[in-house]
Write a protein that binds this ligand. Structure first.
Ligand SMILES: Cc1ncc(COP(=O)(O)O)c(C=O)c1O
Length: 532
């Protein structure tokens, strides 16, 4: 349940100032309370002048899982405002480009919406000192220049503001009373921040803790951020009910579904790819050779690659990087707190890359396999290590999510000649719950060993190994052909009984996997032969 910032507080903000003389402290408190009362009156008047409903649902829906799932198509249509059925062109195929185009937002329109709420136009920073460190460990002549797009400069501290901006703008335009999102990460704060500015209600449904009520520190921090922005947060323990609860919320409130996977969310990220291409050319005289994005649900890779192409930088190599959490199960109560990262890890990126349509909207606009040129993983310990390197060498305390791609960039820069340019496509803000110490303390509490040594010895859920020196960092390449095959296996499994794939479906699958029609047909034959 959220607490309004204007409700009476159990403590006053000047309580910390114990050093002040008693009378002075009381005077300051009175002054502050007077100011808050005045601000409350101003806000109340502003709200009364604007017909905006702020609901507090108290979330009381009592319908069964089956009853809510049966209403799913109707709830989706009402809450996203998109008739997905009209984009269906085959058994599997749908007109992906038209789905995006019909929103009416091109890069210029998106920039305009984002500038109105101070989203985007973040700095591109050259990491001179880390580049020097790369060159100290790279073979002679190698060591590309490293840049980072400082997305922490967005209002709620991450690139997720770009995603939230168009959804909230669209919700206002269509007269929805509020927005809702199912997310435990930065996106909740982004939606809450944008909703606060637009004067809309906001509900965030989080998977926040395990069955022992032990919270992930990073998620607990997001709860506080969402509530600070005035959102109502529904916190759940790990399990399958998040989607059910989310559907209930959408149905009971009539709020807009600000899903991470709508076309609005993906188009919002295109400005990031576009800006970084333009800024790199301005600062370094050319487009980046390689852009690397921390990869989970796939929107980051998708939107960035599309934005690069729109800027004329479609030849830049698009790399996705995830923290390797192989062996840990995302929906497992046991594993929930044994992972030290809540996003940007293989537990999300593998299932979403091999089957994007597992999302909370009928068709997912994030389709990373269409855009990935290379996909690598790094270990948890390597990300903690580079987080400290970024702070100590560049004076930037950021992360953890963006530092997943920075850890990979540190290694990939050693493969490229010195005049080449790598852009790490984001940072995120850091805070107490996101700090390595908070995550490492939780890991120890959960029985995960934390040691220094060779990161090859890292074992998700059992041992976090923080490198002892920079030359120990490495990446592991994910076999994209293997991923394509898994995608096609999932596509076949999703087919209704007796359904036949048409040429349109084959062409769609070829675009999805970037494998060509012959590859798709051959692989499907092989998979069907394997299945007997
Ligand atoms: C800061 C940050 N970077 C990267 C990602 C990964 O983005 P995506 O899920 O679109 O792949 C997330 C998503 O949770 C994030 O919060």
């Amino acid at each position: 349940m959220s607490i309004s910032p204007f409700a009476p507080k159990p403590h006053t903000p000047f309580q910390w100032a114990g050093q002040l003389p008693r009378g002075e402290m009381a005077r300051r408190n009175q002054e502050l309370e007077r100011q808050l009362r005045r601000l409350t009156r101003v806000l109340d008047r502003a709200r009364a002048a604007r017909p905006v409903t702020r609901t507090n649902t108290g979330f009381m829906s009592a319908d069964s899982y089956q009853a809510i799932m049966a209403q799913r198509p109707a709830i989706m249509r009402a809450s996203v405002g998109i008739d997905y059925a009209q984009y269906t062109t085959g058994v599997l195929a749908f007109d992906y480009e038209r789905l995006l185009a019909d929103t009416g937002y091109d890069i210029d329109a998106t920039h305009k919406v984002q500038r109105a709420t101070a989203v985007g136009d973040t700095p591109l920073v050259e990491l001179h000192n880390i580049t020097e460190l790369v060159r100290a460990v790279a073979p002679p002549g190698k060591g590309a220049r490293l840049f980072v797009k400082d997305e922490a400069a967005n209002p709620s501290g991450s690139f997720k503001d770009r995603r939230a901006s168009l959804s909230v703008h669209e919700a206002v335009k269509r007269g929805y009373p509020g927005v809702a999102a199912a997310t435990s990460g930065n996106y909740g704060a982004a939606v809450a921040s944008q909703a606060a500015k637009a004067g809309l209600g906001c509900i965030v449904v989080q998977e926040a803790f395990d069955s022992q009520a032990i919270a992930q520190p990073e998620i607990a921090e997001k709860t506080r951020a969402c509530e600070a922005y005035g959102a109502e947060v529904i916190r759940l323990s790990v399990g399958p009910e998040q989607f059910y609860v989310f559907l209930c919320v959408l149905r009971d409130t009539g709020y807009f579904n600000a899903s991470l996977y709508t076309p609005y969310s993906i188009l919002g990220i295109e400005t990031l790819g576009h800006e970084l291409a333009v800024q790199t050319r301005e600062q370094a005289g050319r487009f980046p050779d390689l852009v690397i994005a921390t990869h989970a649900g796939g929107g980051n890779v998708t939107g960035t690659a599309r934005g690069l192409a729109a800027a004329g930088a479609g030849d830049s190599c698009m790399v996705g990087a995830s923290v390797d959490l192989a062996g840990l199960h995302m929906a497992s109560d046991h594993d929930f707190n044994r992972k030290s990262f809540t996003t940007g890890h293989s537990g999300f990126s593998m299932p979403f890359t091999t089957w994007p349509d597992r999302a909370d909207v009928p068709r997912n606009a994030a389709r990373p396999l269409r855009y990935l040129d290379r996909f690598v993983t790094v270990s948890q310990g390597e990300v903690f290590y580079i987080t400290q390197v970024l702070a100590e060498l560049e004076g930037l305390e950021r992360g953890p999510a963006g530092n997943t791609s920075l850890a990979a960039a540190f290694v990939l820069a050693q493969e490229l000649d010195r005049e080449r340019i790598i852009v790490v496509q984001e940072t995120e803000y850091t805070g107490a719950g996101k700090h390595p110490i908070a995550q490492l303390n939780l890991a120890r509490r959960m029985g995960v060993a934390v040691t220094r040594g060779d990161p090859r010895d890292d074992r998700p859920g059992a041992r976090i190994v923080i490198p002892e020196q920079p030359a120990q960092l490495r990446v592991v390449d994910v076999d994209l052909d293997h991923v394509r095959r898994s995608y096609l296996r999932n596509a076949l499994a999703s087919l209704p009984e007796h359904a036949q794939l048409s040429d349109i479906d084959i062409e769609f699958l070829a675009a999805e996997t970037r494998g060509g029609c012959a590859f798709v047909e051959e692989t499907i034959d092989e998979l069907q032969a394997e299945a007997g």
